[in-house]
Design a protein around this ligand. Structure first.
Ligand code: ADP
Length: 265
């Protein structure tokens, strides 16, 4: 640990300096602990799929299997490999965001068409689970944003609504403007999140139910990346949720543009 032992001092300049050094040591210890936790989470997230891959590869290698069994085990190996790839991609994004090395290439994005295209990609998956996805966007709104990153943000939030909703669920996306702000809300009537978990929701590797969410494929990094991508665009995201009644994510970006003539502003 970074421990400091400083002389007992009064309220003079030396006293102030001594307090600042103590605060700095506390910060360093906090960062050190955070790094240790982060590395522990990464090793855990990698170890679990690797254990499956090793186990099933052994079975395929050493046992007499029917073609169906073989296909079944190979499918698991493939899924676990994909989980590792997704984790590495997320970690790479986070490393770039941490270093401010993340390049945001802004261009005018017309939100109605943009979000409708993302909806179309996800609709089959929603329908397969008996869920609906609807978009409300009463007027054309343009926003200066990086289209790839904006898609990542919206896709992640919709994918969560899909993962954490049950039969008959409806997910709504609304796009509105408020003076110069663009407000994008993603509202589902799914499982909801207990209020005790809400303060940690955007923390790295945070999952509400560790075992349940592992089955549905998440690493718990999605929302931390979403939040950082929104911050990188100068926006904010907040969440409201009630257990068993649904969740609403509210995104706010500055700089709404209502018609194409003003796009160069
Ligand atoms: P994951 O990869 O586990 O989905 P995220 O960072 O995207 O990780 O989300 C963190 C946790 O927040 C999830 O594990 C889940 O418990 C909870 N969560 C996120 N979105 C929703 C939602 N729309 N409804 C209910 N719970 C959600």
């Amino acid at each position: 640990d970074f421990s400091v032992s400083l002389p007992e001092t009064g309220n003079d300049e030396l006293g102030e300096l001594s307090k600042s050094i103590q605060l700095l040591a506390d910060d360093l210890n906090y960062l050190k602990q955070e790094r240790t936790d982060f590395l522990a989470s990464i090793s855990h997230e990698l170890r679990t799929p690797l254990t499956y891959i090793k186990g099933y590869a052994n079975i395929v290698q050493n046992r007499e299997l029917s073609p169906e069994e073989r296909r079944h085990y190979l499918t698991i190996i493939k899924e676990e490999t994909e989980r590792i790839s997704a984790l590495i991609k997320d970690l790479f994004d986070l490393a770039q965001l941490d270093n401010n090395a993340f390049i945001i290439n802004k261009e005018p994005v017309e939100l109605y068409d943009f979000i409708r295209k993302i909806d179309q990609k996800l609709t089959p998956a929603f329908e397969e689970k008996g869920l609906k996805l609807v978009l409300f966007c009463p007027q054309r709104v343009y926003l200066l944003a990086d289209p790839l990153r904006l898609e990542q943000i919206i896709y992640n939030l919709l994918d969560n609504a899909l993962k954490y909703s049950e039969n008959e669920g409806i997910t709504k996306i609304t796009v509105k403007t408020d003076n110069n702000d663009v407000l994008i809300n993603i509202i589902d009537n799914g499982k909801g999140i207990p209020s005790a978990d809400l303060p940690f929701l955007f923390h790295r590797f945070y999952r509400v139910e560790k075992s349940r969410t592992r089955a549905s494929g998440g690493s718990g990094l999605g929302l931390s990346i979403v939040e950082e991508l929104i911050h990188a665009h100068g926006g904010t995201i907040t969440v409201q949720s009630r257990k068993n009644s649904g969740t609403e994510f509210a995104i706010k970006f500055k700089g709404a543009l209502l018609d194409e003539d003003n796009l160069t502003r």
